[in-house]
Design a protein around this ligand. Sequence first.
Ligand code: ADP
Ligand code: MG
Length: 296
Amino acid sequence: MSIRSGRRVADALRTAGVDVTVHDVDADLVPALADTRPDLVWPLLHGASGEDGSVRDVLELLNLPSVGTGPRASRIAWSKPIAKTSVTRAGLATPEFVTLPQSLFRELGANRILDAVVAKLGLPLVVKPSRGGSALGVTLVQSPEDLPRAMVACFAYSDTALIERAVQGTEVAVSVVELDGEPVALPAVEVVTEGPYDYDARYNPGRTEYFAPARLSPELADKAAEVAVAAHRALGLRHLSRTDLIIDGDGQPWFLEVNVAPGMTETSLFPQAAEAGGHDLPTLYRRIVEDALGTR
Ligand SMILES: Nc1ncnc2c1ncn2[C@@H]1O[C@H](COP(=O)(O)OP(=O)(O)O)[C@@H](O)[C@H]1O
Ligand SMILES: [Mg+2]
């Protein structure tokens, strides 16, 4: 998937007259970067090393400027509980949660701790890996009997589970792009699935319906945009990001998570949002590159 994102962005940039070379992450990458010393690197990788800041660390080691969020802010954004705590400090609402490492869960006794979680947070709940993406290991839990199985599914992907209140409402993804150094929200994209927007829903055509722009009133669209820009600022993100939110029946947006490396394939949420905002993708990506180079 990251290869597809990379190729899409490279093709768009070439259309806009930018000289681009695409490189995989392999043993040749560091020598190639060291030899050719590109003016700018745009990492388009999903999953741990692409999003947890480690590839950014390598680029800093090589003294190469890059598009996107730096290593320190990436590490914060990559951890869902840390990102949630940070945005709460900035005044945003995020579902109440607990984190449970697998070891503690075992030591304390699964049933005792799960009873306490249900007593405190209520039902329904969502269980998900504290880090990661693609909705692997995410389960919506409606009744207490389903919680242990959800924990096991989650621990298959992560050694720490995040258990949070499920929010019912309209799910939207709000992409943010910095134009002339100012973060600006693109139109929200609404995601409609039965149940969570999980791995199956994401990568099987027809399981999910998208509305770009989202079917929100102008006031709610503004609120969603404000939350995404506030999260982008609070977490110290750079150039582009995507915030996942659910807006409940009272019109309250709830922050779920932020993505520092949003998908950029033709069906991904970021390009859908850019197009809904009237942006020509080659022109927009060229602007991002120019902003990152400081040549605008
Ligand atoms: N608290 C929640 N309430 C309701 N649905 C949720 C909640 N958290 C996650 N989901 C559902 O699970 C999906 C994946 O969760 P998310 O936090 O975005 O993780 P990731 O995209 O990194 O796997 C969301 O897109 C949403 O459909
Ligand atoms: Mg998400």
